[in-house]
Structures are given as C-alpha cells and as structure tokens.
Design a protein around this ligand. Structure first.
Ligand SMILES: CC(C)(COP(=O)(O)OP(=O)(O)OC[C@H]1O[C@@H](n2cnc3c(N)ncnc32)[C@H](O)[C@@H]1OP(=O)(O)O)[C@@H](O)C(=O)NCCC(=O)NCCS
Length: 202
C-alpha cells in the first residue's frame, strides 16, 4: 500500500473518520452521497438526462427501506467525519453465487474531497468482514466498464477481473466489468493506522 499524504484529502484529518454500521436515520445522508457521486462519477459514461433526473427523495426512500428492514444478509456502512457522512458501502450475501462468488459489494461511494485517503479500502474491508461473518468466502463487485478510477481501485485491492459484459440499467445499454476476490483474507486483514472501531460488524 502506498503512503497516504496530507494532500490526499484536502479536508485533512482522515484518521478521525469513523466507519460504522448505518442506521435508518442515515438514509438521507447516504442518498445524498450517492446522488452527488453518481452525477460526478458517471458524467459522460451514462446519459446526462438520467443523471439530471435522479431524485434524492427516491434514493432516500430506497435506503430507508433497506436499513429499516435490517436484513441479516445485508450490510451497510458509513464513513463519518464528526456528524457528517462522507461515504458509504453496502454488501449482501448471494443466495445464488455469481461466477462462483457468494457475496456482493453492491455500492461504494465517497465524496470527492475525501477520496484517495484510504477510506474506500476501509469501507470495502467492512463489507468483506461482515459478509465473511455471515459465511461468505468470496466477494464480487460490478463496475461500469468506463469507470477506470474504480477499476484501478479494485485492482489495487487485489481483485481479479472476472468478466466484461453488456447490461441494462433502467433501460440504458451499458457495459459492466465484474471484479472478484476469491479469498477475503487480504481484504479483512488489519490495516495499519486504522482505528479498532472499524472491526465492529453489522
Ligand atoms: C473508487 C473509490 C470508492 C475508491 O475509494 P478511495 O477512498 O478513493 O480509495 P483508497 O484511498 O482507499 O485507495 C485504495 C487504493 O486504490 C488506489 N486508488 C483509488 N482510487 C484510485 C484512482 N482514481 N486511480 C488510481 N488508483 C486509485 C489507491 O492509490 C490505493 O492504492 P494503494 O493503497 O496501493 O496506494 C472512491 O474513489 C469513489 O467513491 N469514487 C467515486 C464513486 C465510484 O466510482 N464508486 C465505485 C462504483 S463501482
């Protein structure tokens, strides 16, 4: 792992960022991070009209439902700085394994000013830990093929490229890449300098 520098996150102080299981009342903040991040990340990758039409309220309602349901198979974690949620990740067990992977990292989004400071790695680690605690042995994630930054991130975390394939999202024709970890050991290992609170499972 490369050294983290103060430049990595202009807001500074990322060691004070806590990763914790999400609560139902986090739904709006999670939705806000997701909508903002989609608009920033996927500009030029998916149709602009779709990004413009995204509704915070629709996303909030969806996350509230997920969090209130509290399914044991689903894990959602937030990265919090003070009282502000600056990123989140979610994952779930797959009843039917995909390409031999029995759990899925279903979302990970971090506000731009906090990227490149090790928070993504911590958020993936929490999903891997919580899914392993549920009995999972592997983890797969799907990324829009043109999202080179995220692809590099998964590669740096040791994922293998499993497949690239066309897919449909809300009627849009896109190409996705699947990356997977067949073994969760490296992902779940303790990270230097990371607070013990990160090991709290959902
Ligand atoms: C992709 C994302 C989750 C990565 O999180 P992050 O906190 O920025 O990543 P980290 O700081 O934990 O980086 C972990 C490793 O990935 C590398 N990495 C992260 N982003 C990278 C990028 N854009 N280009 C190259 N390498 C990158 C880091 O250098 C680091 O490698 P190292 O530890 O070997 O030095 C985050 O940048 C993000 O939210 N992006 C926008 C939304 C998105 O694309 N989500 C994924 C949808 S599938």
């Amino acid at each position: 792992m490369g050294a983290r520098t103060a430049d990595a996150a202009p807001h500074g102080e990322t060691s004070s960022i806590v990763i914790r299981p999400a609560l139902a009342e986090d739904a709006e903040a999670i939705a806000r991070v997701r909508v903002d991040s989609w608009r920033e990340t996927y500009r030029g990758m998916i149709p602009q009209a779709y990004l413009d039409a995204m509704q915070l309220e629709t996303s909030r309602a969806m996350w509230e439902k997920v969090l209130a349901a509290g399914s044991p198979a689903v894990g959602v974690f937030v990265a919090e700085r003070g009282t502000e949620i600056i990123g989140f990740s979610s994952g779930n067990r797959l009843a039917q394994p995909k390409h031999g992977f029995d759990s899925e990292l279903s979302a990970i989004y971090i506000r731009r000013e906090f990227q490149h400071a090790g928070i993504g790695r911590r958020l993936v680690a929490q999903i891997a830990r919580s899914q392993r605690a549920l009995g999972a042995s592997g983890l797969i994630v799907w990324v829009i093929a043109g999202n080179k930054a995220a692809r590099t991130f998964y590669e740096r975390l040791g994922a293998e490229l499993v497949i690239e394939q066309p897919f449909q999202w809300d009627g849009m024709d896109l190409v996705e890449a699947g990356y997977g970890w067949r073994n969760l050991d490296a992902l779940t290992a303790d990270l230097p300098g990371v607070p013990p609170s990160d090991t709290v499972l959902q």
